[in-house]
Design a protein around this ligand. Structure first.
Ligand code: NDP
Length: 495
């Protein structure tokens, strides 16, 4: 097999002199600095983008303030219609967006099509439905009347204002669309800051947003390195931060937001997610589960499983079957539809994984499969299976965010629960068993924002998602996001 042909629209987009997207149009950055975007599959430069400066951020926030003034007064039904049109446009441009996403992130083209475009369009339609369903409450005040007067009260849900949406590189399109959809459906405006590694699809989607009917300023995109995100968080014109990224950056963002002017912040951060197999799970189901949990998109999913706990009696045959299966994966170009396993998303990430492999070796962990980088200029990393010695080993505590599954055996259920919960993080976990009664007893004892049973990683727009402990603050999806993107106003009347 070979790479699919790039669409002319993709080549033309890459060749553009990319600016920022402010007030409904592409504009030149006021900064002279440029950043190069590389294709992680082969190391080649594919585009140049602006490294925005403070003046650019000021301009984008100013535009978003104007956008907020008009968009927040638009009727809920009109907001829903625009988001639905945007979802249609995403699908109409499915192949173009998927190819751009694969070129900038190294994601398999099939995953780019299915998740970054099709699933993202599905999420967008779900959020569009919420625009017309945001409600307050009517309340009968509790205090007795003093002299026969009566009281009545109600609450309103009002959009919080201008949102700074800061996006990581792993699902650069879909995560940006979640933020955009949460903001726009509630009547907020948004300034999005993509990762410097993966800014291209968002610049294109902003154009589609205008085509769908967004007024100027409702959706703005500023590109550049981390300092651009910092400038947005600290900006006096920003009312809320919606951040997805690593724990250290998330803590800095949370502190900066609080320090700026108590700016509201939702933090969707990383973790070290536990996957537990009870002894009754069959070998094939367990191997499928490990691949689903740990190796989808080369493990570059915040909710991916990283710590795998297997009953000691089952460990050896399971590891053998897993390594055999991983050895059969077809590793190659993400633009080749036959490829099953592509590169990681960028050079610094590849280097970080190399350092973690060195640490694992230094700590005497057994690397049973993989554990090496690929040859050549692409950012390839072998799918890796590690057997740790003890719970304190680095690979069982530090997020790899890569194609690395680290295992530890357990003997008793109490020990399993202790191992699963002994982490400062709590984004997700999964429990694998055929005994659903046992699963129901264990579920309340497992510390995680999302707990899957006999599955891992699947997100649904109707099911709230977010972390506990150091994995974040706030929830996306379901109705949960509405609290984060609106302010509650109480109105009380005497009559
Ligand atoms: P980072 O935290 O490095 O970056 C996230 C975003 O923040 C990027 O756009 C980055 O810009 C920007 N940024 C960097 N410094 C600052 C700053 N001081 N102020 C504001 N913004 C800043 O994360 P990664 O991009 O490396 O993404 C991987 C991490 O994201 C993993 O830890 C993963 O677990 C987590 N994640 C969490 C998810 C969740 O829903 N809980 C989902 C997906 C990922 P730039 O890249 O240009 O430096």
């Amino acid at each position: 097999m070979s790479d699919i042909a790039l669409l002319p629209a993709v080549s033309a987009f890459l060749a553009r002199d990319h600016g920022l997207y402010i007030h409904g149009e592409q504009v030149a950055s006021q900064a002279s600095a440029r950043l190069t975007v590389h294709n992680p599959a082969n190391g080649q430069a594919i585009a140049q983008i602006a490294d925005a400066n403070q003046a650019d951020v000021d301009r984008a926030v100013d535009s978003a303030r104007q956008g907020f003034a008009s968009w927040s007064r638009t009727s809920p039904a009109a907001r829903a219609r625009v988001l639905l049109r945007l979802a249609d446009l995403l699908e109409a441009h499915r192949e173009e967006l998927a190819q751009l996403e694969t070129l900038q992130s190294g994601k398999l083209i099939g995953i780019a099509r299915a998740f970054e475009v099709e699933q993202a369009a599905h999420f967008l339609r779900y959020y569009a439905g919420w625009a017309t369903k945001i409600t307050g409450q009517t309340i009968t005040p509790s205090l007795p009347s003093f002299a026969g007067e009566r009281y009545s009260a109600f609450t309103l849900r009002e959009p919080v204002g201008v949102v700074a949406g800061i996006v990581p590189w792993n699902f650069a399109t879909m995560i940006a669309l979640w933020k955009l959809a949460s903001a726009l459906t509630t009547g907020c405006s948004i300034v999005l800051k993509p990762s410097e590694f993966t800014p291209l699809t968002l610049l294109r989607i902003a154009e589609l947003g205008s085509e769908a009917g967004l007024p100027p300023g409702a959706l703005n995109v500023v590109t550049g390195a981390g300092h651009v995100g910092k400038a947005l968080v600290e900006h006096p014109g920003t009312d809320k931060v919606s951040f997805t990224g690593s724990v250290p950056t998330g803590i800095a963002v949370g502190q900066a937001a609080m320090g700026a002017k108590l700016t509201r912040a939702t933090l969707e951060l990383g973790g070290k997610n536990a996957v537990a197999f009870l002894p009754d799970v069959g070998l094939d189901k367990a191997v499928d589960g490990i691949i689903e949990a740990g190796f989808l998109h080369s493990g570059q999913i915040c909710a991916a499983g990283e710590r795998f706990y297997v009953h000691r009696s089952r460990l050896e045959p399971l590891l053998e079957a897993l390594c055999q299966r991983l050895g059969q994966l077809r590793i190659g170009s993400p633009l080749d539809e036959a490829t099953q396993f592509g590169p990681v998303a960028n050079k610094p990430h590849q280097q970080k994984l190399a350092e973690l492999f060195a640490t694992a070796r230094a700590e005497g962990n057994r690397i049973l499969h993989g554990g090496r980088l690929g040859d050549g200029p692409g950012c390839f990393v072998e799918p890796t299976v590690i057997l740790a010695n003890q719970a304190s080993d680095t690979l069982l505590n530090q997020e790899t965010f890569g194609p690395v599954a680290t295992f530890l055996p357990y003997d008793h259920e109490d020990e399993l629960l202790h191992l699963m919960n002994a982490s400062p993080y709590g984004l997700s976990a999964s429990l694998w068993t055929n005994d659903l009664a046992k699963a129901m007893r264990l579920i309340p004892q497992i510390q995680a924002g999302t707990l899957w049973v006999n599955m891992h990683t699947l997100l649904d727009p109707a099911v709230p998602f977010g972390g506990i402990k150091a994995s974040g603050i706030g929830r996306e999806f379901g109705s949960a996001f509405i609290d984060d993107f609106t302010e509650l106003k109480s109105v009380m009347m005497r009559y």
